[in-house]
Design a protein around this ligand. Structure first.
Ligand code: MN
Length: 719
């Protein structure tokens, strides 16, 4: 809300530079930004905006907005220059000479997005979506500049005629806010929504604003008191944190009122956000808060274990706070908060700081981002009529989606009305094509079952099964429909090629190799020589029809040592190796994650295909069928590592013992890696993942835990 009431005073370049300096140190980059400003200033000289200000104030504001999402110097420079090609006497060549190809490309991208010709509304929309999609697939920074441009135009919307105001506001709500949401740039999304509502439904907007205003003093007092209580609670338990009150956006309140709720019922009007350093502290803080304030049933959401598709991570809970008021509380780490506020833009700042988690976060972020782009780009490649296309983008990408989960907790985003077949195809075409059944939340369902938000879906497949034409009537996504249609027009050869490609992709992912880096021209020709085929398609074909194995193909390029993940190099002499393999000096050793052996367990080694030796506990049921590939292994007594172990803690009630558990475990000098509820019913079962030094410590831990009155029994997990 602050920006709405903010005076639109002139922004200066020094203000922009000052913000930039908070996260960019490179003086040469800053010089480029200053030059871009100088250039834009001269080119726009003498032009004025409808609001009466000198034109340059617009690009300056856009640049300032871009600094709030930590845009890089090229993006900020392009933001300053974004209207120069369109509105001024300047050619792309001239710009390229001064600022180089990549800034110019960004400006061109933004310019392209602004030149929309339209005759009918539908054509206009088609044009718009297509351009946005092309822009995204080329460089997402173009879209971020466009969002900043739109945000500033919305802030100054009062200056244009009424009918144009409504069109722009509508467009912002329908197109730009959802895109900002998908990119996870919450700040921009939320402000665009509020501004749109203000022009589309001014009476509603001001009504809500006034109600908020009237109750503000009272709400502020309650929030302040509650905040104090929580600060004391967390301090007592030595959890460093930051806490802040959180106001809901007017649009989100409007949205809930629109769904039929009463103003007085919208309980997350009172909100708090708690920021802590580590994931573990998130759960710890949650446990503490729940122990003091009774949680409202079914309002707890763990978006840390299951992030939203736009990368958002946080714990959400609603509790009965002081004086009986309901509080919606969000708990997350500083890193998560960064992503929550800035979405994909957060990765700019991650590049800057070099925290240990950043790399993993960034990879994760990029993958998620790609997933979203992929779904739009897929759409633009499918051969469908323009009208279908617009509807698909609207339905599948921009609107009202549901989020379902794989049993492992990966999020699959689907349009409302989607079925397990859509789900299966979203995972992969190959999975879709071999689907034979589906299990939703542990119940077998028919394939035309309508999935609901939050469903956990397991797809059963059978390698020799294939799609049925019936399915065309059961699916919701047009991409699924097109893929099913394509299946029936595909030759056997194509099926094998696709299958081979899928296996290769899957194995590369498993070995943490990047597909595009693996398939360089040089590598392709090496593989072709080795297995005597002509080209890439034939490589896929050979894998698909079984003439070559996928590991054989990968090993031509990557000798096994280089590719195995999380391995421990072992020699019988080295002191830090924790496992000794009899008769072998140097081999990669992994601890199996089905039975998670810890130091002291009876263990046995299993020789994997291409991934060294995996060490299992001797009773692990995954070993039963593996006799001929077993090798003797033993623990190195000099080991001083800690080992991951997963416990099921069966309790005898439904009270929340999360905090207590974390404390009991930590007190034993065992570090907790994660805790979650895995089974509800008459009683709760928790899964506790923790690191122990070995079997001795683990045994003591089990005995101690079982002394707790509320614990029925504790078991090590065997998957
Ligand atoms: Mn502009």
């Amino acid at each position: 809300m602050s920006s709405l009431s903010k005076n639109l005073e002139d922004v200066t370049i020094s203000e922009v530079i000052e913000k930039v300096r908070n996260y960019i140190e490179d003086e040469e980059q800053i010089k480029v930004i200053e030059n871009a400003y100088q250039f834009a200033y001269e080119k726009h000289n003498g032009q004025y905006r409808k609001s009466g200000e000198a034109y340059i104030s617009h690009p300056l504001n856009v640049a300032l907005i871009l600094t709030t999402v930590y845009a890089d110097y090229e993006t900020i420079s392009a933001g300053l220059l974004h209207d120069v090609l369109e509105d001024c006497d300047c050619t792309a060549e001239e710009m390229e000479e001064k600022f180089g190809p990549s800034i110019t490309k960004l400006v061109k991208g933004v310019t392209k997005l602004s030149n929309i010709n339209f005759s009918t509304e539908n054509e206009y929309l088609i044009d718009y979506y297509k351009k946005i999609i092309v822009g995204m697939s080329e460089d997402v920074r173009v879209i971020i500049i466009k969002l900043a441009d739109r945000l500033h135009n919305m802030r100054t919307l009062w200056a244009i005629p009424d009918d144009r105001q409504k069109i722009k506001a509508h467009e912002s709500l329908e197109i730009f806010a959802p895109i900002a949401h998908h990119l996870g740039i919450h700040k921009i999304k939320s402000e665009l929504e509020d501004l749109s509502l203000r022009y589309l439904k001014p009476d509603v907007f001001y009504d809500i604003a006034e109600k908020l205003n009237k109750t503000k003093i009272e709400r502020d007092r309650i929030v302040y008191d509650m905040q104090n209580d929580i600060v004391n609670l967390l301090n007592e338990h030595h959890i460093p944190h930051k806490i802040k009150g959180r106001s809901k956006s007017i649009y989100s309140i409007y949205h809930k009122l629109d769904l039929g709720k009463k103003f007085s019922d919208i309980y997350d009007l009172l909100g708090l956000r708690i920021l802590v350093n580590t994931e573990q502290e998130c759960y710890l803080a949650l446990g503490l808060i729940h122990s003091k304030f009774r949680p409202l049933p079914k309002r707890f959401k763990d978006y840390i274990a299951m992030p939203k598709p736009n990368m958002y991570q946080s714990l959400h809970t609603t509790v009965f706070g002081i004086e009986g008021y309901l509080f919606e509380i969000q708990i997350r780490t500083y890193d998560m908060d960064e992503v929550a506020e800035n979405g994909i833009a957060a990765h700019w700042s991650y590049k800057e700081n070099k925290g240990s988690n950043s790399a993993a976060m960034l990879t994760n972020t990029t993958e998620q981002k790609l997933q979203f782009f992929k779904s739009i780009i897929d759409l633009s490649h499918d051969k469908m009529s323009s009208e279908d296309f617009v509807n698909s983008v609207k339905n599948e990408v921009l609107n009202n989606n549901i989020y379902c989960f794989t049993p492992k907790g990966d999020v699959i985003e689907l349009p409302r009305g989607a079925t397990p077949i859509d789900f299966a195809y979203k995972i992969h075409t190959k999975v879709g094509e071999t689907t034979v059944g589906a299990i939703v939340n542990n119940n077998i369902v028919p394939l035309d079952y309508e999935l609901k938000d939050g469903d956990i879906v397991k797809i059963n497949t059978n390698k020799s099964s294939s799609p049925s034409k019936e399915w065309l009537h059961m699916v919701k996504c047009s991409t699924t429909k097109n893929k099913i249609k394509a299946f029936f027009t595909k030759s056997e050869r194509e099926v094998y090629i696709e299958r081979g490609k899928y296996s290769l992709e899957k194995e590369l992912r498993k070995r943490k190799l990047v597909f595009s880096e693996f398939l360089t021209d040089e590598n392709i020709s090496k593989i072709c020589d080795a297995i005597r085929v002509e080209d890439l398609d034939e490589i896929y074909l050979s894998i698909g029809n079984g003439k070559a194995t996928v590991n054989g193909v990968i090993n031509i390029i990557h000798k096994e040592e280089e590719s195995a993940p999380k391995t421990i190099k072992v020699t019988s002499k080295s002191i830090d190796a924790d496992i000794i393999v009899s008769g072998i000096d140097k081999v990669k050793v992994n601890l199996a994650n089905c039975c998670n052996p810890v130091y002291g367990d009876e263990i046995i080694g299993y020789i994997t295909k291409g991934n060294g030796i995996t060490v299992h506990r001797i009773h692990c049921h995954n070993l039963e069928t593996m006799e001929n590939r077993i090798v003797d292994v033993s623990w190195n007594s000099n080991s001083n590592k800690r080992y991951l172990t997963c416990l099921f803690v069966y309790t005898n009630d439904i009270d929340n013992h999360m905090l207590d558990l974390v404390q009991s475990v930590s007190m034993m000098n065992v570090s907790v890696d994660g805790i979650k509820v895995v089974n509800k019913g008459d009683t709760l079962t928790y899964q506790v993942d923790c690191y122990v030094t070995g079997l001795d410590q683990l045994d003591k831990l089990l005995v101690n835990l079982e002394k707790n009155r509320y614990i029925e029994k504790v078991e090590r997990v065997m998957k």
